[in-house]
Design a protein around this ligand. Structure first.
Ligand SMILES: Cc1cc2nc3c(=O)[nH]c(=O)nc-3n(C[C@H](O)[C@H](O)[C@H](O)COP(=O)(O)OP(=O)(O)OC[C@H]3O[C@@H](n4cnc5c(N)ncnc54)[C@H](O)[C@@H]3O)c2cc1C
Length: 264
């Protein structure tokens, strides 16, 4: 009997199964999922590529697929001179990436107290953890209404979230719940679009509530998750606390949670 040697030589290697380039600055990819990997929708892991020095170059990445998915999906920026993404953007199906199977993060349903309405506030690739959560049946079981807001400079940058929402509405597992409970509120800050402006300004002016026909954020009924730049997160904390919400964590659930989409 011939014994075949495993092709995977590096520890924590996973195989790329699919890649989609959304714009010249954004792409998503899917990889095989380690059998032992259990995670809560909204968490992030460290992933990357082997460097020429034989050491892995790793960065934090939110898992964009839901916890029930057989594969893992990620949504990535392409930083032109970025140590990792200048290379990662060229991966092809069959290539291997390094993935440390130790998921962590605060954008999890367990870090929020029960409520009626759940808001996801994302800018740019900050939508990735919410791509996981909007496909998780638990989200719809815990909340009557789920609102995904996604703000980008350009209209093209909204392609991933637009397709995500459309696919979620048709999904055999969560489609029916999503059709009844999920609202999508995309906005652009540079390009002309149906809804323009920073989400922070639209919350301060109340335009979001009017457009979605919902009452203003209230600490009794509303819960929120925020994922964006440090500037967005700081502004959103002030806005949400102005509405009376308190920041929660895994160990002390409250009304809102925040995570950086990247380190400036
Ligand atoms: C908790 C956490 C979760 C993250 N999840 C994701 C994710 O799901 N998808 C993703 O693309 N990135 C994510 N990031 C950022 C990611 O870790 C890397 O920074 C990114 O992949 C770029 O790596 P790099 O080595 O090419 O450049 P880096 O040296 O890491 O970054 C160079 C510069 O590019 C800018 N930048 C980095 N990432 C972004 C971004 N996502 N959006 C806009 N500007 C950015 C920053 O100004 C940064 O200083 C996350 C970061 C954190 C802290």
């Amino acid at each position: 009997m011939t014994v075949t040697r495993p092709i995977i030589a590096m520890p924590d290697a996973q195989t790329v199964t699919e890649i989609r380039h959304w714009t010249d600055r954004l792409f998503s990819f899917r990889v095989t999922r380690p059998r032992s990997l259990r995670f809560r929708s909204g968490e992030f892991v460290m992933l990357g590529l082997m460097g020429d020095n034989g050491k892995p170059l790793l960065r934090a990445y939110s898992i964009a697929s839901p916890s029930w998915d057989e594969e893992l999906e990620f949504y990535s920026i392409k930083v032109p001179d970025g140590p990792l993404t200048s290379r990662l953007q060229h991966i092809q199906p069959g290539n291997q990436i390094v993935l440390r199977p130790k998921p962590v993060g605060t954008l999890v349903l367990d870090a929020l107290l029960p409520g009626r309405r759940l808001w996801f506030f994302a800018t740019g690739t900050g939508v990735a953890p919410f791509a996981s959560l909007v496909r998780d049946p638990d989200t719809y079981e815990r909340y009557d209404q789920v609102i995904l807001t996604h703000t980008c400079r350009h209209a093209d940058d909204l392609g991933y979230s637009r397709d995500l929402v459309a696919a979620t509405m048709d999904d055999p597992l969560v489609g029916e719940q999503a059709q009844a409970q999920l609202s999508y509120f995309p906005t652009t800050t540079a390009d002309e679009s149906a809804q323009m402006g920073r989400i922070t300004n639209l919350l301060r002016s109340g335009e979001v509530f009017q457009a979605l026909d919902v009452p203003p954020i209230d600490p009794v009924s509303d819960r929120a998750m925020v994922c964006g730049s440090i500037a967005l997160n700081t502004d959103m904390k002030e806005i949400l606390e102005g509405f009376g919400l308190r920041e929660g964590s895994n160990s002390k659930p409250a009304e809102y949670v925040v995570e950086k989409a990247f380190v400036d």
